[in-house]
Design a protein around this ligand. Structure first.
Ligand SMILES: Cc1ncc(COP(=O)(O)O)c(C=O)c1O
Length: 461
């Protein structure tokens, strides 16, 4: 127990007690939470977070993959404050509002060409849920011969959110197993995971066998499949699985050839994370439906959007009495404050040349990660842009994982905290997702801390 020393300390301790008394934290074993001292964030600026005791940390995971231009970014602060003076919320059901309209125009300007409509919601999960429902209803309304197209294809180890639909297309056994009786059945495609290839191949000689395997599944089920959903280029929550080059493009071709809609879940990869505004751009892919969230407001407010092509949208038009309407909507859909933040966030990309300035930092990160590959317990080091996963294993030669009870990922995270860095692992994969605005100096410090923390923990195992 910490000993109260002064007023700040007493306040911090009281806040922590209240947290432990009332809050049930997401993805958290609450028994551990209640027993251990916890870190409570009070403020932030740029890439730095400050806790209730006044201690500073680098935000190594962009406050769960959302912060883009840093915390307390003047332009976004001002945009939200300005909007507050007009109105905080008004509904999009039967009405519209100015920021939601202007944001839709901005999204269309940066989204892959071919996407034409924006349906708002408030989290990554809802944006995916909406994408699934749109895809399903689209085929139901297309005509009697398409009514059997009710199923979904998704990747093993996929993560698309925590609502029942998005869990149904998920593939992370640990998170999803318990809900299986509640879920609708989906067909799975092997994840293109080169480190531990499910097909037993090696990248240098595989000839993209995973894409051929995907074709087999798609061909077999095309007549009963509404859509294939994929996290483009990187499966984030699976532990930053970086897909081999050409895989996404191949799947796009297959979806077109076999008459299946392609849903790109850009919730994690969107807004610059992989080095381009959207991951799909890197393989010149235009999905039929695209889900975005997380970075859309630069990490300020909950907002998401599901973008569709004109063709998908047209499928919902008709006489009122035909009820081809998309019967879906959330109370805070298109919230003006969130949309104002998102507009300012997108404007900053151009004003600050964010993507151009990111490229040398991506290269610096790649260079800095080289020494990690030599660590005795670093099984695989994966990077795509500003998404990094360092997979720690018990035996580097065989790839044998650490047993869960050793909590290696959690221990590395704790060691990093003591050194002034906040990261959050995915099992034994150490995830690095700093804000795009992080300075080179901060990035260097981040890498040093992670390197030292991994060594401290793995050398004592
Ligand atoms: C690819 C992907 N899709 C969907 C989600 C769910 O987003 P949210 O947590 O905002 O519901 C996430 C969250 O990490 C994600 O990474």
């Amino acid at each position: 127990m910490r000993v109260p020393q002064n007023k700040k300390q007493r306040t911090a301790d009281r806040i922590e007690r209240i947290d432990k008394k009332y809050i049930w934290h997401p993805f958290t074993q609450m028994r551990d939470w209640e027993e251990e001292p916890q870190l409570i964030i009070e403020r932030g600026a740029g890439s730095i977070l400050t806790d209730t005791h006044g201690k500073k940390y680098i935000d190594g995971v962009s406050s769960l993959w959302v912060t883009v231009h840093g915390h307390r970014k003047k332009e976004i602060d001002q945009a939200v404050a300005k909007q507050l003076k007009k109105i905080a919320h008004s509904t999009l059901l039967g009405l519209s509002n100015v920021p939601a309209i202007l944001l839709a125009e901005k999204l269309m300007a940066i989204a892959p060409t071919g996407l034409a409509k924006v349906f708002y919601s408030d989290s990554g999960s809802t944006s995916v849920e909406i994408a699934l429902k749109i895809a399903f209803q689209y085929w139901q309304q297309k005509g009697p011969s398409f009514r059997r197209k009710t199923g979904f294809l998704s990747l093993r180890e996929a993560y698309h959110g925590d609502t029942i639909g998005s869990v149904s297309v998920g593939g992370i056994d640990l998170f999803h197993r318990v809900y299986r009786p509640l879920l609708f059945a989906t067909r799975k495609i092997e994840a293109p995971f080169c480190y531990q290839c499910g097909l037993g191949k090696t990248r240098s000689s595989c000839g993209l066998a995973c894409a051929k395997d995907a074709e087999r599944v798609i061909r077999k089920h095309s007549r009963t499949t509404a859509a294939l959903i994929i996290e483009p280029l990187v499966q984030g929550a699976a532990g930053m699985i970086v897909h081999p080059k050409g895989y996404l493009k191949k799947l796009r071709e297959l979806c077109t050839r076999y008459g299946i809609l392609m849903i790109a879940d850009e919730v994690a990869t969107g807004f610059g994370r992989t080095g381009t505004m959207f991951a799909c751009e890197q393989e010149r892919v235009v999905p039929d439906i695209m889900a975005v969230a997380k970075g859309i407001t630069g990490g300020y407010l909950p907002l998401a959007a599901t973008l569709t092509t004109g063709e998908v949208y047209q499928g919902f038009l008709g006489e009122y009495r035909e009820f081809r309407t998309f019967f879906h909507g959330h109370t805070y859909t298109g919230n003006p404050l969130a949309c104002a933040a998102a507009i300012a966030n997108i404007d900053l990309f151009r004003k600050e040349r964010t993507l151009a300035r990111l490229q040398p930092k991506i290269a610096f990160l790649a260079e800095g990660l080289k020494r990690f590959r030599k660590l005795a317990h670093a099984g695989d080091v994966r990077q795509k842009g500003f998404m990094v996963g360092i997979e720690l294993v018990k035996d580097k030669r065989t790839g044998e994982p650490y047993p869960p009870e050793e909590k290696v990922g959690i221990r590395v995270t704790k060691a990093a905290r003591e050194r002034g860095l906040i990261i959050r692992p995915l099992g034994n994969v150490i995830v690095l997702m700093p804000p795009l605005s992080i300075s080179r100096k901060e990035l260097g410090t981040l890498l040093d801390i992670v390197y030292g923390s991994i060594r401290t923990v793995t050398e004592s195992c």
